[in-house]
Write a protein that binds this ligand. Structure first.
Ligand SMILES: Nc1ncnc2c1ncn2[C@@H]1O[C@H](COP(=O)(O)OP(=O)(O)O)[C@@H](O)[C@H]1O
Ligand SMILES: N[C@@H](CCC(=O)OP(=O)(O)O)C(=O)O
Length: 359
């Protein structure tokens, strides 16, 4: 049975589109573009998140290793992104398809208004049949402003655009039960909401040009599936991988979507770095919040306001061991929350509709 998606995000890792000698693999990009054009022709909206700027920059200029790593990345990405987008643009042109360049930083997802502006931009591109080609703006995003990698960015975009599926293309067939090079390792074909501990069998190793590795892919995939979006991790170096994933004809890892979340909850889910306040809750509140019942965070379950926040800001909810259990939008300020801490029958600090629970 094939998947009937109407809107998908396709994330292409650096390794998929970079040859072993470091040059962009135009033949492979061309084959992926052919498939995307065919998918689009079926009426499916496609948004591309493509890595490869740094790798493609490396093929154009030799850099002195004396410069610091951040500056080198800025230099390579700045030059390489031009080449990368030109390759996409000329390949899509053959199908009379326009593509556009969208470069973003983590900052762009922090503020709700900014977030909505970006969503609006992507929606208008899609309405005009344009394929957005998104990448991190590596030129200005350094250190804490950086995404873990483009898998994180792709997850954010999938949530932002209410996509039905995210297809992550890497250079392996999916997530294996152990080191992919070992014969004893098998591909995990389906992941449901069973809370697998990926860190216990996925090594932190990355491919030659990759940044995050398979651990980030599995974390992002779990989080994205929890928001109601299917995630497919497949081998981008295989012939017809995209059309085969959609036709369910290729062995790969699929994270099945669980419950659907509202647009606001999806934004909150990805707003941890924007959180200002921290609120600690007791075990009773933790049990209620993490149960299957829809519950709001009430002052009676709060034990401490660890850091301050204003009304409308994102706050982190932590348990007695300071482990984050969720994120939410504060209905009132930390000043008022302190006054109400521990009191019964008071207005919820975070309403269920604006509460995202991890785990
Ligand atoms: N259990 C595992 N299953 C699959 N891949 C794994 C596993 N453990 C480590 N990896 C490594 O993760 C790499 C893919 O991640 P990454 O380098 O970030 O790729 P990309 O550039 O496609 O984003 C694979 O090449 C593989 O070597
Ligand atoms: N933004 C960077 C890619 C960073 C990244 O996440 O790479 P990858 O792990 O290959 O998806 C670039 O275009 O080179």
């Amino acid at each position: 049975m094939s998947f009937n998606y109407r809107r998908i995000i396709i994330k292409i890792g650096s390794n998929v589109i970079t040859r072993a000698d470091g040059l962009p693999d135009v033949e492979r990009i061309s084959h992926l573009v052919d498939q995307i054009a065919a998918i689009k022709k079926q009426g499916i909206e496609v948004i591309l998140v493509s890595s490869g700027a740094v790798a493609s920059g490396r093929s154009l200029i030799s850099v002195s290793e004396k410069s610091d790593a951040v500056s080198i990345r800025q230099l390579l990405a700045s030059i390489g992104q031009v080449k990368l987008i030109n390759i996409y643009s000329s390949l899509f042109e053959k199908f009379n398809i326009l593509c556009s360049q969208v470069l973003v930083t983590k900052e762009d997802f922090r503020d709700r208004l900014h977030y909505l502006n970006m969503r609006n931009c992507l929606e208008i591109l899609l309405q005009h049949q344009v394929i957005p080609v998104i990448n991190e703006n590596d030129v200005v995003s350094v250190t804490e402003l950086m995404f873990t990698d483009n898998d994180e960015l792709a997850g954010l975009i999938a949530a932002m655009l209410n996509a039905e599926a995210l297809i992550v293309l890497s250079n392996v067939d999916g997530i294996y039960t152990g080191d992919p090079k070992l014969e004893t390792s098998k591909i995990i074909q389906e992941v449901n909401d069973e809370g697998l501990d990926f860190a216990s069998f996925v090594s932190s190793g990355k491919s030659q040009f990759g940044r995050g590795g398979m651990i980030t892919k599995s974390t992002i995939a779990q989080k994205t599936a929890k928001l109601g979006i299917a995630v497919h991790i497949a081998n981008g170096t295989k012939h017809n991988v995209l059309t085969d994933v959609l036709a369910n004809k290729i062995t790969h890892t699929c994270f099945n979507p669980t419950k659907k979340a509202s647009g606001k909850k999806k934004w909150i889910a990805h707003s941890e770095t924007a959180a200002t306040g921290v609120v600690q809750v007791n075990d009773g509140a933790k049990a209620v919040l993490t149960s299957n019942k829809a519950s709001s965070l009430l002052p009676v379950g709060i034990v401490d306001i660890i850091s301050d926040f204003k009304k409308g800001e994102i706050i982190k909810i932590v348990d007695g061991h300071n482990k984050t259990i969720g994120l939410g939008l504060a209905e009132y300020s930390s000043e008022k929350a302190r006054e109400l801490t521990g009191q019964k029958n008071q207005k919820a600090l975070v309403h269920y509709d604006y509460l995202y629970l991890q785990g």
